[in-house]
Write a protein that binds this ligand. Structure first.
Ligand SMILES: *Cc1c(COP(=O)(O)O)cnc(C)c1O
Length: 420
């Protein structure tokens, strides 16, 4: 599979699909007729298995076995069991990941733990370094934590990748970055930036929301300190499915955070008065989890066990290369600007183009069955999920985009929906 050959027809794309080793996995997903789904980076498609699994959880485990299911159906152990199943996708080890809470909450816990570790060791370090272009919730959570701690913490927002190294200085406690940028699709060099943070005396916390299931990850290889991420994007866990948090063994004993709910207690059912943190990754939990939603995460993870991240990455790059090449060749009369890096090492699994009427054009695309999304300012975002996106889908999506642009078939004054 190589996109170095020039693709000039839909038949060329169909030929690539014929040779695609991942092609068979499309059948693991339920996708509506007539839809080309390029938004798996925001809400992954539904694994077929999830419907039967939801029925089992609701009708049998809840309906028939009621409260016994906390033990008999393994509900209580689910965050850890799913964490162990997710671990290989991010380069973690068993006992280092739990699936729980939201990405925002997990980031809060990991950041609190990182700040506390630093406070014990280097209390003069008061700065959290991140990017202004980070996903806003990450900055909001860091800001909220810093204000509530009221210990003089500050957030240093960096405007370009080039400025990052010098921003991580003797004041920096934590370098907190999102590995693949949600808007541009830029992918950081996790190993290099983590190494730089460590050399400067800082800890490195990574948000993998747009990386897990999208690009190969090696948290141990990069010697990262903490990581969090989503399961409802590339991991296909379902809308609002619980997120994950990775605490490597090296930091587990020192891992402490303010959300000390009973699930993070050493003996939750002892109902004792004082709090004693659980050993190991259990201390990253807080309270009771949405079991129905949590159970769906497993159906997404099962699909990944049929392949590996290298195969996914190979196809992802072929899909995004093809999309970029086709848009630039076939829509060249239009004011589209590529925002995503052409360099493979710097690209996640999405492609973003600006257009002065980006929102309206995206609405017209969705109307015609090509579902991507829109992010301020002017950015049309297309996510490529190799598990269920074909090369012919890429061809068809570009042809529909070309038709909309050539015909001016979009409403430049389209009103914004609440969710864009
Ligand atoms: C999608 C995303 C989130 C989502 O956070 P929630 O708490 O699940 O709403 C957080 N951070 C990044 C970088 C994201 O891309």
């Amino acid at each position: 599979m190589s996109t170095k050959v020039t693709i000039t027809s839909r038949a060329d794309c169909a030929a690539l699909d014929e040779q695609d080793p991942l092609g068979v996995l499309r059948g693991r997903f339920e996708l509506p007729e007539g839809v080309i789904y390029l938004d798996g980076n925001s809400l992954g498609a539904r694994p077929r298995a999830s419907l039967a699994r939801a029925h089992e959880v609701v009708a049998m485990e809840w309906g028939q076995d009621l409260i016994k299911s906390w033990n008999t159906a393994g509900w209580f152990a689910l965050p850890k069991r799913l964490g162990d199943r997710l671990a290989p996708i991010v380069g973690a080890r068993p006992g280092e990941v739990v699936v729980t809470d939201t990405t925002s909450l997990n980031l809060f816990k990991a950041l609190a733990a990182a700040l506390e570790i630093q406070r014990q060791k280097a209390p003069e370090r008061k700065v959290i370094v991140t990017e202004r272009s980070n996903f806003p919730t990450d900055i909001y959570m860091a800001d909220g934590l810093a204000r509530w701690l009221d210990r003089g913490y500050a957030i240093r927002l960096v405007d370009s990748v080039e400025e990052l190294p010098s921003a991580v200085d003797a004041d920096c406690a934590v370098l907190m970055l999102t590995h693949v940028n949600y808007r541009t699709g830029w992918q950081h060099d996790m190993a290099a930036l983590t190494r730089h943070a460590h050399e400067a005396g800082a800890l490195a916390l990574w948000d993998l929301a747009h990386s897990a299931g999208a690009v190969p990850l090696d948290l141990h290889g990069a010697d990262a300190d903490f990581a969090v991420g989503c399961t409802y994007k590339y991991l296909n866990g379902g809308p609002g499915a619980p997120a994950f948090i990775w605490v490597p063994e090296k930091h587990q004993a020192a891992f402490s955070h303010p959300l000390t709910g009973w699930w993070s207690h050493a003996a939750p059912f002892a109902m004792s008065h004082g709090f004693t943190a659980a050993d190991g990754i259990g201390r990253a939990l807080c309270g009771t989890q949405p079991v129905v939603s949590l159970a769906m995460v497993e159906c997404g993870l099962e699909v990944f066990e049929e392949t590996d991240m290298q195969a996914i990455r190979t196809k992802s790059l072929a899909l995004t290369d093809l999309f970029i090449a086709l848009v630039e060749a076939r829509c060249k009369a239009h004011p589209l600007g590529l925002v995503t890096p052409r360099e493979h090492a710097q690209r996640g699994s999405q492609v973003s183009f600006t257009h002065p009427h980006g929102y309206a054009v995206m609405q017209a695309l969705i109307e015609r069955g090509v579902i991507g999304d829109y992010r301020e300012p002017e950015i049309m975002r297309f996510g490529f999920t190799p598990l269920y996106t074909s090369f012919a889908d890429v061809w068809d999506a570009v042809e529909i985009l070309r038709d909309i642009l050539d015909s001016g078939g979009y409403d430049a004054n389209a009103a914004r929906s609440a969710v864009t």
